[in-house]
Design a protein around this ligand. Structure first.
Ligand code: AHR
Length: 514
């Protein structure tokens, strides 16, 4: 009888078995050469007025039969609190460049309804506006990241919004906020100046946008002790000319530059592919497409380096994630998709890429937080499902604010894939308490992978961990079966003689604490 590799290795003892057979991958963690701090905001999120992200997701309203806390969906709030979300982008997306903030303040019954022209053509009652968003962030300890309307708005409108949110003076906008029930300003440190201004945000050329950015930057004021970080609309995917032009014309004025890149499983926007009904080829192409993020971040960073060698300007990948076809029978404008073990692998691979570029990537916001695209949470009539992506974010958030540690990884490519996909991906950090965290991915849908790991410059005496895995890449959680893909304790790592040996089951994301 042929025993599976996992059983043989466990029976022999991991270290002994690896010594005899050789590891699939080797990993050296340079704890003696610490890199930059991993900005916690790399684990940021995005919430847009789109489908049921806000209405029915984050917000159900105080009159709802769904359990709520002053209108916020209680179960969703609890799940988000546990996730330690560092930063949240709002109100869009494409929606932001049609949003007029004054429609969303004041008594709710007096707020005008508006037509959401981008997403499903629905009419929204504006019951979720500035107060509701900023109060929620405050309640959950999240940094708000507000996107102002450049495309169809005006500078004056953005100026007044910033004053409304952040000024403590006796001034018209601060007084209006007080009369609407909020005495103290909120803490807002991130402001996006328009969204996708090359597309839905105004179809601008980079020269025109750069001038507009300079204009907005001139009139938007700092009202708080901390500078309000002005994040410019950056490129779509590989539009390097946009980055070049913007850095040349406005690089000295902006604090951050965004990058948007979505993983389309098929690579074809007109037939993206299903979120759960797919085979090996789609699994492989999704991974290969998501790994393009490495090239995009490197090349945009290299352009930024020429204009900003001290890396003052952060790259904010403020929209990323898997974008599939919508679930059958749902509104195509709502972008509702399921979330599988494939999404978990994609999430971990991207977080590893951002961490490897921690010197430049200061923020990333997965699209989107609830019920839209690669969501953390799905909701239905008061029921809540935590997705595999949620679990990956929660497992890997030990890296937030930790010091990155360089890793030298030697890994074969994934056998059987037409594209070059590494079998193993890894990222390491040391947190302020001195603990080393190592996250690993085995991308193989077929076999376990063994990793022989050394840690240079640090004594390691114990190892423990968690694993997220599933029998199949399509495995996902549903309202009927919400716990199918969930992390469990991991016992496949062993320390002997200062060397760490790890047995990663197929299709797995593992986080180890050393
Ligand atoms: O996240 C969905 C949409 O994708 C956003 O509104 C837009 O910015 C992007 O094109």
């Amino acid at each position: 009888m042929k025993l599976p590799l996992t059983r043989i290795l466990l029976a022999l003892g991991l270290a002994g078995a690896l010594a005899a057979r050789g590891a699939d991958a080797t990993l050296a963690i340079a704890a003696d050469h610490p890199g930059p701090i991993i900005n916690p905001n790399i684990y940021g999120q995005f919430s847009e007025h789109l489908g049921h992200c806000i209405y029915g997701g984050l917000w159900v309203g105080p009159e709802s039969a769904i359990p709520n806390t002053r209108g916020y969906n209680t179960a969703v709030m609890e799940a988000l609190r546990a996730l330690k979300v560092p930063v949240l982008r709002w109100p869009g997306g494409c929606f932001a460049d049609e949003y007029h903030w004054r429609d969303g303040v004041g008594p709710r019954e007096k707020r005008p309804s508006v037509y959401n022209s981008h997403w499903g053509g629905v009419v929204e009652d504006n019951s979720f506006g500035t107060h509701e968003f900023l109060d929620m962030c405050e309640m959950l300890g999240i940094e708000p990241y507000v996107c102002v309307n450049v495309g169809s708005g005006e500078v004056h409108e953005a100026m007044e919004w910033v004053e409304y949110m952040t000024s403590d003076a006796t001034s018209p906008m601060a007084n209006l906020r007080r009369s609407n029930g909020r005495a103290k300003p909120w803490k807002v440190h991130f402001l996006a100046v328009g969204n996708e201004s090359w597309g839905c945000g105004g179809a601008m050329r980079p020269e025109f946008y750069a001038d507009n950015f300079r204009r907005y930057n001139t009139f938007i004021k700092d009202y708080q002790d901390k500078h309000l970080m002005r994040m410019a609309c950056g490129p779509s995917e590989g539009d390097f000319a946009w980055t070049e032009t913007l850095m040349r014309l406005a690089g000295d004025q902006l604090d951050g530059l965004s990058l948007h890149y979505y993983t389309i499983p098929s690579g074809d926007w007109s037939h993206k592919g299903s979120a759960t009904q797919f085979g090996r080829d789609a699994y492989f192409s999704t991974l290969a497409n998501t790994l393009n993020m490495e090239d995009l971040v490197s090349r945009h960073s290299a352009i930024m380096d020429r204009y900003d060698p001290k890396k003052r300007v952060g790259l904010a990948v403020d929209e990323w994630g898997v974008w599939t076809d919508v679930e059958p029978g749902t509104n195509p404008g709502f972008l509702f998709q399921q979330n599988s073990m494939r999404d978990a692998v994609v999430a971990a691979l991207n977080l590893h890429i951002f961490q490897a570029h921690a010197d430049r990537v200061q923020m990333a916001n997965i699209a989107q937080m609830v019920n839209v695209l690669q969501a953390m949470i799905l909701t239905e009539n008061g029921k809540v499902v935590l997705t595999p992506t949620y679990h990956v974010f929660k497992m890997l958030n030990v890296h937030q604010g930790a010091t990155s540690l360089p890793v030298e990884l030697r890994t074969p490519d994934l056998p059987g894939a037409a594209q070059r996909i590494p079998l193993v991906s890894a990222s390491a950090s040391r947190d302020p308490a001195g603990r080393i965290h190592l996250s690993l991915v085995n991308t193989s849908p077929d076999s376990a992978a063994t990793v022989a790991c050394s840690v240079q410059g640090a004594a390691t005496s114990s190892v423990s961990g968690r694993i997220l895995t599933a029998a199949d890449f399509t495995a996902h959680n549903t309202f009927e079966d919400p716990h199918r893909v969930e992390p469990v304790p991991f016992s496949g790592a062993a320390l002997a003689g200062g060397k760490l040996t790890i047995l990663l089951p197929k299709l797995s994301v593992v986080v180890l604490d050393l």
